[in-house]
Design a protein around this ligand. Structure first.
Ligand code: FES
Length: 131
């Protein structure tokens, strides 16, 4: 076999190998991420919390007749966010990032808005998809 053919075959083999490796890893990564967990939040709970409800993994905020649902993980390094009553803001206790009630980043090292979670309205409340 001449050297041009050998080079071509080695490039071709690398391309095929790369393609197959990509396919395997892509499928493995989709298998490793479980489907979102669905958590029910009753309208009564939101009302009792005066329209800002902090659950274990997410935050529900009632804005008029609508709802906003955010992940409770800080977009900086994942600390659990809390609410500052004095400031009326969502704050991170770890490095003091701050967000408004629409999930918009205001200050601190996070530099990103809060992650919005999907939900479905039901007769009794919200069915939130938690990752
Ligand atoms: S983890 Fe929230 S600001 Fe760093």
């Amino acid at each position: 076999m001449n050297s041009k053919k050998r080079k071509f075959l080695s490039f071709f083999s690398l391309g095929v190998l790369g393609f197959l490796t990509y396919g395997v890893f892509k499928n493995l990564s989709s298998l490793s991420s479980p489907p979102p967990k669905k958590v029910m939040v009753l309208f009564e709970e939101i009302e009792k919390a005066k329209d800002i409800l902090f659950k274990e993994n997410f935050i529900v905020i009632k804005t008029g007749t609508n709802f906003k649902v955010f992940s409770r993980k800080c977009p900086h390094l994942g600390c659990l966010l809390s609410y500052s009553l004095e400031e009326g803001l969502i704050v991170c206790p770890c490095h003091q990032s701050k967000f408004n009630l629409y999930g918009k980043f205001l200050s601190g090292p996070a530099k990103k808005d809060l992650t919005t979670l999907n939900y479905r309205l039901t007769y009794q409340g919200l069915e939130v998809e938690v990752f």
